[in-house]
Each structure stands twice: as C-alpha cells, then as structure tokens.
Design a protein around this ligand. Structure first.
Ligand code: MG
Ligand code: MG
Length: 256
C-alpha cells in the first residue's frame, strides 16, 4: 500500500494540530491529582479543544467490532492495568494510581495525536520506573525517525529499551501513520527487528506509541468493547508523539 507523504505546508498544518494537542495535555497534567475523575479531565479537554478551534478526534470514533457503540470520550483515559482506550468515568482517582491520557484532534483537515502517562500523587518505585522507561523508549524510537531508516528500526528501539528494563511490550496495539486520517498506513509496532519493513521517507508522518507493561504482554478487552487491559492485571504505561520524517532530524510535531 502506498504511503501518503505530506508536503511542507501540510506538515505545518499538522504542527498546528499537534501543538493544540500539546497545549491540552499541558492543561490537563496539573489536574491529575487524587480526587479528580477522568470525566472531569474529559470535560476540560472538550472545552479546550473547542476554544482552540479544533474538533476532538476520538469522540464518536467507530468501533472495529460489530455491536460496540462509537467511542464516547474526548480523551482515552487508561488507569493502572488499562493499556489504552479507557472510557472516562466518574470514579475519583486515588494517590498511587497511574493514568494514561491519550488525546487527538482535527484541525484544518489534519490530525494530531499524543499521549502521556501520569503518576497520581506518590506512586510505587515500580510504577515510577515503568513511566520513565516507557517515556525513554519513545525517545529512543524518535531518534530512529530519519530518512533511509526503516519502520523496524523504530520498533526495535522501543523493544530493546523496554525489555532491557524487564518490562513487557504490547503486541496487539501499534503506532500508525497519521495525516488527513487519524490512522493511516503504515503500522508502527513496538517490537521488531532493525532494518526491516518500510523505508522512512521525508514527508512521512508517524504516531509512535509504546505501550509497556510491568508483567506479560497479553491483553484482553473488557465488556464495553473498548477498554484494553493487561491479561495478568499488571500496570501498563503509554506515551505517544506525532513525528514527521524530514531530510534531516526528526520533527516532533506534538511538542515545542
Ligand atoms: Mg493517541
Ligand atoms: Mg495514536
């Protein structure tokens, strides 16, 4: 399948979309304290998104399985053993939990997408290490986003970093191309071999999103049809940036 390469002008629109995503994350981050609910965060994200002239990308996103209603949140809010696609709800978060917030928006026809996992107050040493290793695995992946490298170089960078720390890498959910559609080819798995897969070319824009667990990599989906959790109940973290391949250095669109 042909990959969609973006012009410099299109990448600048995507930059704008992704900086809106960044600003929303910056506003939500200090709200993640004991007592807040993920629905509070969702409501604020919705307000901010509209104020900034963008449309939320996940709200109403169609499910891939029949009979499952469209995604009901503006953010995906995934606490503790929830890996991704958690639905915002009214349960207050407690000290010691971790929470992944994934947020995407559409601006002038192009999408932005980014995720962070936060500690709620003080967390265990294991949780802290999980957050720092997952964030670091994303940085290692971003370094591979250079023309002439391949998707496998990105995948292997995440896997090597997470597995060196003794953590598991989720297989079922992967990063993706992004542009005028939220999810475009190619898949960007978080495990794989260097020098394999599609060649990275200037104009390719990827959402890279390591999902790392303290235990095994097996997953299951809860009855709501969306919430993806670790099968063994272990903690999971998720970080994501949208990155453009240029003639030179990686251009991370979703942060300043
Ligand atoms: Mg995302
Ligand atoms: Mg994504």
């Amino acid at each position: 399948m042909a990959l969609t390469l973006k012009s410099k002008e299109q990448i600048e629109i995507m930059r704008h979309a992704n900086m809106i995503v960044y600003e929303v994350h910056q506003e939500l981050k200090p709200m993640v304290v004991p007592g807040v609910t993920t629905l509070d965060l969702d409501t604020r994200a919705k307000e901010l998104c509209r104020e900034k002239g963008a449309e939320p990308a996940f709200l109403g996103y169609p499910a891939s399985s029949p009979g499952v209603p469209p995604f009901p949140g503006v953010i995906c809010s995934s606490p503790n053993d929830v890996i991704v696609h958690g639905i915002p709800d009214t349960r207050p978060l407690a000290e010691g939990e971790i929470l992944s917030i994934d947020f995407g928006c559409r601006y002038k026809g192009f999408f932005g997408d980014s995720a962070y996992t936060h500690a709620v107050g003080e967390v265990s040493e294991t949780a802290e290490k999980l957050l720092s290793v997952t964030a670091e695995s994303l940085e290692e992946a971003i370094k591979q986003c250079r023309p002439g490298n391949r998707i496998g170089d990105i995948s292997a960078a995440v896997q090597v970093c997470a597995e060196a720390a003794g953590f598991g890498i989720v297989r079922e959910f992967v990063g993706h191309g992004i542009g005028e559609r939220m999810h475009e080819p190619p898949h960007v798995p978080n495990f794989g071999r260097p020098a394999q897969g599609r060649v990275l070319k200037p104009g390719l824009v990827l959402a890279i999103e390591p999902m790392v667990t303290v235990g095994g990599f097996e997953t299951k989906i809860l009855e709501d049809g969306w919430t993806a959790v670790t099968r063994d109940g272990s903690l999971a973290a998720h970080f994501e940036h949208t990155v453009a391949i240029t003639d030179g250095d990686p251009y991370v669109l979703s942060r300043p």
